[in-house]
Write a protein that binds this ligand. Structure first.
Ligand code: ZEM
Length: 295
């Protein structure tokens, strides 16, 4: 019956091939964006995976990608998550076709597929996250606040277990996508190619002159030359703080180095909060891109 077919057979054990099918479906959804933003759902899916993972606290071992608690209120309504319903709804459609995958695995796999299909590095990934309950959600305030400075960035990311170099590497994700007035209050993209993973974010931080935007919105910077790009206060800190600046410079000079460091930091980010015993595989997998599968 229909009821039965919607259920997952109790003895179904998905293989890597099954996860590649989900990956391919996500890749298709990313491209079917029509007029949405810059014609791709990739950036907002990366943001979903990051916000699902970045709530982790290494001391209490709470938060992270394991239970996909952003499905529930109040976490879905936390200010930082404004606008992510778009991404969760898209993944809800994929879940209907592949009901055996957990939401945590689905959302992080979407982040991986988005980065890889937008010409970024491979992000090692493996399944094992389980669906949890609303009670496992973390309190509001675990994700970074873009209006703050270096101390805040360190407090937030050290709590997840990252160091200065990894904070800078992860911030390079802002090569992708844009800010939306009706989501965060900020406005505009960071780069001229918001649907391609490049180290342009770092190059632009150094090569453009950034001035405070004169407007009625929250404090953000704009490039003096074209006034079409933006930086958040927390982005600009990466070229002001001595320690952050050293790494930002290295990433501006070498996209290869940034790809390597971004890949390992994102891979770890997406695994935060998942007990080792839950992983299906002792090592993360490399998921092939659609292009690599066709070759
Ligand atoms: Zn973001 N991010 N982020 N980020 N982010 C936005 C958008 C995107 C910060 C932040 O406040 C904001 C990381 C780190 C940090 C992405 C990925 C990653 C927006 C705009 C804000 C305000 C939201 C909107 O209006 O739609 C801060 C303070 C961070 C601290 C360093 C990390 C780490 C990320 C991934 C690894 C992405 C892809 C977007 C673009 C989303 C979109 O819809 O285009």
């Amino acid at each position: 019956s229909g009821v039965q077919s919607a259920k997952v057979a109790a003895n179904f054990v998905p293989t890597k091939e099954d996860y590649i099918k989900v990956y391919n479906k996500i890749a298709q959804v990313i491209d079917d964006a029509g007029e949405y933003d810059d014609g791709s759902y990739g950036p907002v899916l990366v943001r979903l995976a990051w916000h699902a993972s970045g709530t982790y606290d290494k001391d209490s071992k709470t938060g992270g990608s394991n239970y996909a608690t952003m499905r529930f209120e109040p976490e879905s309504l936390h200010g930082a998550n404004a606008g992510l319903k778009v991404a969760r709804d898209l993944m809800g459609q994929v879940k209907q076709e592949f009901p055996w995958i957990s939401y945590g695995d689905l959302w992080t796999l979407a982040g991986v597929a988005a980065i890889q299909e937008m010409a970024g590095p491979h992000i090692p990934w493996r399944p094992g996250r389980i669906d949890g309950f609303a009670a496992q959600a973390t309190p509001d305030g675990r994700l970074p606040d873009a209006t703050q400075g270096a101390d805040h960035l360190r407090n937030i990311f050290y709590r997840m277990g990252f160091n200065d170099q990894e904070i800078v590497a992860l911030s390079g994700a802002h090569a992708l996508g844009r800010c939306h007035r009706d989501r965060s209050g900020f406005e505009g993209p960071w780069t001229f190619s918001p649907t391609t993973v490049t180290n342009d974010y770092f190059k632009l931080l150094f090569n453009e002159s950034w001035v405070w935007k004169k407007w009625d919105g929250p404090k953000q910077l704009e490039d003096k030359k074209t006034k079409s790009l933006m930086m958040l206060p927390t982005d600009y800190v990466l070229v002001q703080d001595r320690s952050f600046k050293k790494y930002a410079k290295q990433y501006a000079e070498s996209q290869d180095l940034w790809f390597k460091d971004f890949s390992s930091a994102v891979s770890r980010l997406f695994e935060l909060g998942v007990p080792t015993s839950q992983w299906v595989s002792s090592e993360p997998w490399i998921m092939p891109t659609v292009e690599e599968q066709e070759a």
